[in-house]
Design a protein around this ligand. Structure first.
Ligand code: SF4
Ligand code: SF4
Length: 173
């Protein structure tokens, strides 16, 4: 169902807050040398990330029932995300997006899509070992992988094997 005016305004306000907060956090991480990965490649609009949007949450939201319910209610009412399941190990919630048309693979409210959709998959770069969908045109690039790149270049093996290693170790620019 397409977003109406009220939803668009609420989502716009939340987006602004997220942009400022996350932008600040990322700048600090970069200055402190904690931003290990950067994003390479580009979006190829495969829409894989719309099939089951997943949100990693803090322990309080995951385990405290009232907070969890409030969070899931917000996702349903504002973002149009219908709760599907919780993953205790990853401490995340998976959703079905009511804006996603599975036949056309298009978003019916693209201009007001939530911040997490615009930012995807940058948030994954904060993980120790970012795993993107194989279909995704983006890739995580290890900014500290120079030495490893040189070591792979020097290996006595085929170019194909070297490329495989580079891909597996997030070394492809
Ligand atoms: S809101 Fe749009 S961009 Fe975000 S998951 Fe749903 S269909 Fe995809
Ligand atoms: S999975 Fe990657 S390439 Fe596909 S739509 Fe999402 S961001 Fe774009």
């Amino acid at each position: 169902m397409k977003d109406g005016l009220v939803r668009r305004i609420v989502k716009g306000a939340v987006r602004l807050l997220w942009t400022v907060e996350l932008g600040w956090r990322r700048r600090v991480a970069k200055v402190l040398g904690r931003a290990r990965y950067r994003l390479g490649g580009a979006c190829e609009r495969c829409a894989k990330c719309c099939e089951e949007p997943t949100i990693h949450v803090g322990a309080l939201v995951f385990y405290v029932r009232s907070l969890r319910e409030a969070f899931l209610f917000w996702q349903r009412a504002v973002n149009g995300f219908r709760f599907v399941r919780a993953d205790r190990e990853a401490r995340s919630f998976a959703f079905e997006c009511t804006h996603f048309d599975r036949e056309t693979r298009r978003c019916d409210s693209y201009s007001s899509r939530p911040f997490m959709c615009r930012d995807y998959p940058r948030l994954l770069l904060d993980q120790p070992w970012p795993e993107l969908f194989p279909e995704c045109g983006y890739r995580a690039v290890d900014t500290q992988g120079g030495g490893m790149r040189d070591a792979i270049d020097a290996l006595d093996t085929s170019d194909e094997q070297k490329e495989k290693l580079r891909r597996r170790l997030h070394l492809v620019e």
